[in-house]
Write a protein that binds this ligand. Structure first.
Ligand SMILES: N[C@@H](CCC(=O)N[C@@H](CS)C(=O)NCC(=O)O)C(=O)O
Length: 220
């Protein structure tokens, strides 16, 4: 009997799920995608059924073929890197690994948590922040993070973080720039990041992971 495929609970516009989709594609791991609609009817991430699986009420959630159930995109990506063959998503040498994680975490720990759906909702629904100020908030944290990353990426002499290949840094950067464009964040000050994003998105693994390529995508 053939093993059931791993399952990824995600949402087409979730940038954290987008990171995992890219990692799965780079590793050539086939999964069953299950959509958790983050907006419809107050958000399916809050249903008791979903919260039993992930009490945080966030996507992504990954369930491996053997039943291993994992949350948090960065943890899932590193798990995939450690358990699957194929191109490594992190460099082998400790200092280089730490540097890759540090750059990726500028996005995953410093920018994304401040601009997440539930944070924006709290600002507007609970604190009474209006739409223009919400956007100022959003763009401020994006600008802070991207400026720091731009300074680092400008120093590179290789096309990608892993030399000729993309890895953890790009699988965080591309979804973050997708979000930045959605919220009309100015990107003129980050030419190295925009170029890295464009180079990455030319690759099949990134194209297949794009929000608009997902079965649950809602056409504009
Ligand atoms: N640090 C978490 C963040 C997960 C997260 O914030 N997911 C968002 C979508 S990108 C979500 O589920 N939001 C639902 C909500 O805010 O209610 C990760 O990397 O997995």
């Amino acid at each position: 009997m053939s093993e059931s495929p791993p399952i990824l609970y995600g949402y087409w516009r979730s940038s954290a799920a987008y990171r995992v989709r890219i990692a799965l594609n780079l590793k050539q791991v086939e999964v069953e995608h299950r959509s958790v609609h983050l907006v419809r009817a107050g958000g399916e991430q809050h249903t008791p059924e979903y919260r039993r699986r992930n009490p945080e009420g966030l996507v992504p959630l990954f369930i491996d073929s053997d039943g291993t159930c994992l949350t948090q995109s960065m943890a899932i990506v590193e798990y995939l890197d450690e358990t699957r063959p194929g191109p490594r998503l992190l460099p082998p040498e400790p200092a280089a690994r730490a540097r890759s994680r540090a750059l990726a975490q500028v996005i995953a720990c410093e920018v994304h948590p401040l601009d997440n759906l539930r944070v924006l909702r709290y600002l507007t629904h609970e604190l009474g922040i209006d739409e223009p100020d919400k956007l100022r908030w959003y763009r401020h944290w994006v600008a802070e993070g991207l400026a720091a990353l731009e300074a680092r990426v400008t120093e590179w002499s290789t096309p990608f973080s892993l030399g000729e290949r993309p890895g953890l840094v790009e699988l965080c950067l591309v979804p973050q720039l997708y979000n930045a464009r959605r919220f009309d964040c100015p990107l003129d000050d980050y030419p190295a990041l925009v170029a890295l994003d464009a180079r990455s998105r030319e690759l099949e693994a990134f194209r297949r992971a794009a929000p608009e390529a997902q079965p649950d995508a809602i056409p504009a």
